[in-house]
Design a protein around this ligand. Structure first.
Ligand SMILES: Cc1cc2nc3c(=O)[nH]c(=O)nc-3n(C[C@H](O)[C@H](O)[C@H](O)COP(=O)(O)OP(=O)(O)OC[C@H]3O[C@@H](n4cnc5c(N)ncnc54)[C@H](O)[C@@H]3O)c2cc1C
Length: 452
C-alpha cells in the first residue's frame, strides 16, 4: 500500500517538531506536519521561554538593593512593560521563525492548519484536504482550563498573561502549582501588588515538604500576599476592576485575575474515539512505553499523553518514537529520575524522591542544611537557601536531591547526572567541594539531620 507520507505529525510544538525533524533529516523519511497556531508550541510561544524571560525581567528589582549594599550608587527606577513586551514579542517571532526553518531545512512539508485523524492512515486538514501516511504522530500538547463558576470568564490564564496591554497594579493568581507560583514571583518582582489563593494547605503539592515550606515562606517575605486554604467563590466586573469574593469571606478588587489551576490534554475533536484510541481520566491519549496507541499506526507523545509534562520529556519521547519506528530499534522512554527546575523566587531544583515519598518506600537518612547565602547575607538580606539529600539506608544511594536557592535549576542539572548514575552518599562525600559556592554543602553534610 502506498501513502503520501511515511509520517504525518499533528502539532508543531516541542515533541512534534523534534520527531518530524529527526525522522526526515536523519532518517530520510517523507514527513508532513500540521500546526494550527504558532510553530514552537507551548514551550516557545506561551510557556518555558517567555516565562523565563519574564523571570529574568522580574529579578532585577531585587538586585538593586543588593547592589546598593555592595556599594553601588544605583537607584531603582520604573519598569516599562511596553519596552519589555515589544522585545518579548520580537524574540518569540524570531524563535518561531527558527522552528519553521528547522522543518523546511529538513524537508518536512508543513501545513498551517488544524488536522484530525479520519482513519488509521489518513489525516484531514481544516481545508478538507486528506493526506495519507504510514504512521501518524499526535503531538497536540495541552491547554489551561479554568473551572466554571460565576464570573469565571473574567479570568485570564497563562496563555494571555504574556500579552497584557499594560502591567496591572494589582493581580490575583489562583493556584498552587508551579505555573501559579512562578507567575506570583514574576508579577511581584515587576512591582505588581500580587495576591495568590491556593485551596490546599501548602503550595507545590508533590514536591518535598521542607522545600515547599521554604519557598512559601520566602514568597511571603518577598511581598506576595499568599492565602492558603482559600479559593474564589464568585467574580464580577466592577468598572475596570474585578470584584472577587473568596471562601475566607474576603471581598476584594483586582485589576487582573489569572487562573493556573490545571491543564487538559488537547485530545478532543481529533477523531480518535471513532478509531478506538483509548483516552484516560483527564482525556489524555493512552499509549504504551513506546508511545504507541491501541491503533498500531498511531502514536502520541508529549503533554497530550499526560505522562511527565515537560519540554525535554516531550523531546525525548519524540526521539524515542523515531528510534523505534524509523530505526527499527524499539526504545522505551525512561521517565525515572527526571531533574526539573521551578522558577519561583527562590528557585527550586529537584530530582528523585521527596523525603515523604522515600520514607514511605524504605528506611532513609535525611541530610539537609538551610543557611543565608554569602551574597544575600553580606547585603543584609534574610533569604535562606536549602540543600537536601535523601539517602537510602540500605543501598546508600541518593534517592532525592532538593535545592532551593538562586541558580538551583542550573545546579540540579549536574546533580541530576550523579543521582541518575546511582551515586551513593559516599560518592557525593568523595567529591571535593567547590569553594565558596552554595552547592558545596551538597558534598560536605556529614551527619543526617534525621532518619525515617
Ligand atoms: C506557563 C508554562 C510554563 C512552562 N514552563 C516549563 C519549563 O520551565 N520547563 C519545561 O520543561 N516545561 C515547561 N512547560 C511545559 C512545556 O511547555 C510542555 O511540556 C511542552 O511544550 C509540551 O510539548 P508538546 O510537544 O507535547 O506540546 P506543545 O508544545 O503544547 O505543542 C502542541 C502544538 O500542537 C498544536 N495543535 C494542537 N491541536 C492541533 C491540531 N488538531 N492540529 C494542528 N495543530 C494542533 C498546538 O497549537 C501546539 O502548537 C511550561 C508550560 C506552561 C504552560
Amino acid at each position: 500500500m502506498s501513502f503520501d507520507y511515511d509520517l504525518f505529525v499533528i502539532g508543531g510544538g516541542s515533541g512534534g517538531v523534534r520527531a518530524a525533524r529527526v525522522a526526515a533529516g536523519e532518517n530520510g523519511a517523507k514527513v508532513a506536519l500540521a500546526e494550527e497556531d504558532r510553530y514552537g508550541g507551548t514551550c516557545v510561544i506561551r510557556g518555558c521561554v517567555p516565562k523565563k524571560l519574564m523571570v529574568f525581567a522580574s529579578e532585577f528589582s531585587g538586585m538593586v538593593g543588593d547592589a546598593q549594599a555592595f556599594g553601588w550608587d544605583i537607584q531603582r527606577g520604573a519598569f516599562d512593560w511596553s519596552t519589555f513586551h515589544g522585545k518579548l514579542v520580537a524574540e518569540l517571532d524570531r524563535l518561531e521563525g527558527i522552528y519553521r526553518n528547522i522543518l523546511k531545512n529538513n524537508g518536512v512539508e508543513s501545513f498551517d492548519q488544524r488536522a484530525r485523524v479520519v482513519d488509521p492512515h489518513t489525516v484531514e486538514l481544516a481545508d478538507g484536504a486528506r493526506k495519507t501516511a504510514k504512521h501518524i504522530l499526535v503531538a497536540t500538547g495541552g491547554r489551561p482550563v479554568v473551572p466554571e463558576f460565576s464570573g469565571s470568564e473574567l479570568a485570564i490564564t497563562s496563555n494571555e498573561v504574556f500579552h497584557l496591554e499594560k502591567l496591572p497594579e494589582s493581580m490575583l493568581i489562583v493556584g498552587g502549582g508551579y505555573i501559579a507560583c512562578e507567575f506570583a514571583g514574576i508579577m511581584n518582582g515587576l512591582g505588581v501588588k500580587t495576591t495568590q489563593f491556593y485551596r490546599g494547605a501548602q503550595i507545590l503539592r508533590g514536591f518535598d515538604d521542607e522545600a515547599r515550606g521554604l519557598i512559601s515562606e520566602e514568597m511571603c517575605q518577598n511581598g506576595i500576599d499568599l492565602h492558603l486554604g482559600t479559593n474564589v467563590l464568585e467574580m464580577k466586573q466592577q468598572g475596570d476592576k474585578i470584584w472577587v469574593k473568596a471562601t475566607n469571606g474576603s471581598e476584594r478588587l483586582f485589576d487582573v485575575v489569572m487562573y493556573a489551576t490545571g491543564r487538559a490534554p488537547n485530545a478532543d475533536d481529533l477523531g480518535l474515539e471513532a478509531l478506538g484510541v483509548a483516552r484516560g481520566r483527564k482525556g489524555e491519549i493512552i499509549v504504551d512505553e513506546y508511545s504507541q496507541t491501541g491503533v498500531p499506526s498511531i502514536y502520541a507523545i508529549g503533554d497530550v499523553t499526560d505522562r511527565v509534562n515537560l519540554t525535554p520529556v516531550a523531546i525525548r519521547e519524540g526521539m524515542a518514537f523515531v528510534e523505534t519506528v524509523f530505526k527499527g530499534n524499539p526504545t522505551p522512554v525512561d521517565h525515572e529520575l527526571i531533574p526539573t527546575a521551578i522558577f519561583t523566587q527562590p528557585e527550586m531544583g529537584t530530582v528523585g524522591l521527596s523525603e515523604e515519598e522515600a520514607a514511605a518506600q524504605e528506611p532513609i537518612e535525611v541530610y539537609a542544611t538551610s543557611f543565608k547565602p554569602m551574597q544575600k547575607s553580606f547585603a543584609g538580606g534574610t533569604q535562606r537557601v536549602l540543600m537536601k539529600l535523601i539517602v537510602s539506608q540500605a543501598s546508600r544511594k541518593v534517592l532525592g536531591c532538593h535545592i532551593v536557592a538562586p541558580g538551583a535549576g542550573e545546579m540540579i542539572q549536574l546533580a541530576g547526572i550523579a543521582v541518575k548514575m546511582g551515586a551513593t552518599k559516599e560518592d557525593f562525600d568523595r567529591t571535593v567541594a567547590v569553594h565558596p559556592v552554595m552547592a558545596e554543602e551538597l558534598v560536605t553534610m556529614r551527619q543526617p539531620v534525621r532518619t525515617a
